[in-house]
Design a protein around this ligand. Structure first.
Ligand code: AMP
Ligand code: MN
Ligand code: MN
Ligand code: MN
Length: 283
């Protein structure tokens, strides 16, 4: 069943990382979908925010400046979305630079592994697909699909790029404490992204919530673009029990993801405090 249309969507990607729409086209698509408060949250970069802010002005929607940080916690990579950040904050930009160097090193390692598996010039090709934006595993997945080695991005992760697979390269990302500190230094709110995506047991998820709260985290995403109604109810309950605010975000990467849409999100239950209840974030 498709999720309802929401005027709030606080998680999406542009060509500054692994989205397929440029920031201005993404904002235009969000406005066309009826979104009024929108966050661009590219992986470990704020490079798309200026263009997105300009487009938001011309489309009359509110742009909440955002970023999605990769973090190591409990032997997993977690994603923490920062919302309402000042992209010029030096603490944040220094942290992003570290993350970007980690991405560059990891891209080289992935490429070396792929070349041993017979994919030639993998780094140059992935960089070309990234078009100057951050190189992510999504770009390597797109390369594997383009070269006919995999039928879908999902298969590319299952066969090559997922944790423990032959072209996987681990990264020492920021710690949870660092990432939340950078977001708070930039005046933002820290949101644990898509808590059901981490292949955690329910006990493991509880420990992640506790660590996130202890590190000063503010909110969790209680609905993502591919959440079921049951998932959203479970996540709302998690937010309630841990005293965290609620965010919602599609995690849109482009129109080719036909199974999800900008702003197709369930609103949080009324007893939860929405993370976007802040001056200037929403109508
Ligand atoms: P990275 O931050 O470079 O490790 O790339 C992570 C990104 O890969 C995520 O943000 C998703 O966009 C994408 N991704 C991860 N797992 C999958 C999957 N199973 N299928 C498709 N895309 C995925
Ligand atoms: Mn992504
Ligand atoms: Mn994510
Ligand atoms: Mn995302």
């Amino acid at each position: 069943m498709p999720l309802p249309a929401s005027t709030v969507d606080l998680h999406a990607h542009s060509t500054a990382s692994d989205g397929t729409l440029a920031p201005d086209a993404l904002v235009a698509a969000a406005a066309a979908a009826g979104v009024r408060s929108f966050a661009l949250t590219d992986h470990d970069t704020v490079d798309g925010l200026d263009a997105a802010a300009q487009a938001a002005q011309s489309h009359g929607l509110r742009l909440v400046p955002g970023v999605e940080l990769s973090v190591n916690c409990a032997q997993k990579t977690l994603h923490v979305v920062g919302l309402g950040i000042d992209p010029a904050c030096a603490t944040l930009t220094d942290g992003l630079r570290q993350q970007q160097v980690r991405r560059e090193h990891r891209a080289a390692s992935i490429a070396t592994k792929l070349e041993m598996l017979g994919v030639s010039d993998a780094l140059d090709k992935a960089a070309a697909l990234a078009g100057g934006g951050q190189i992510t595993r999504t770009h390597f997945a797109r390369l594997l699909v383009a070269e006919g080695r995999c039928k879908s991005l999902k298969k590319a992760f299952e066969r090559y790029l997922g944790a423990g697979k032959p072209a996987y390269a681990g990264v020492e990302w920021a710690t949870l404490d660092e990432a939340i500190r950078w977001i708070h230094a930039a005046g933002g709110r820290a949101v644990l992204a898509h808590p059901l995506h981490y292949k955690l047991s329910s006990g493991g998820r509880e420990r992640v919530y506790a660590a996130f709260r202890d590190a000063g985290g503010d909110a969790i995403e209680v609905c993502s673009g591919n959440s079921s109604v049951a998932d959203a109810a479970r996540l709302a309950d998690d937010a309630r029990r841990h005293g965290l605010r609620a965010s919602i975000g599609s995690d849109f990467h482009g129109p080719e993801q036909v199974w999800l849409g900008l702003g197709r999100l369930l609103p949080p239950p009324p007893d939860l405090e929405p993370v976007w209840h802040a001056p200037g974030w929403a109508d």
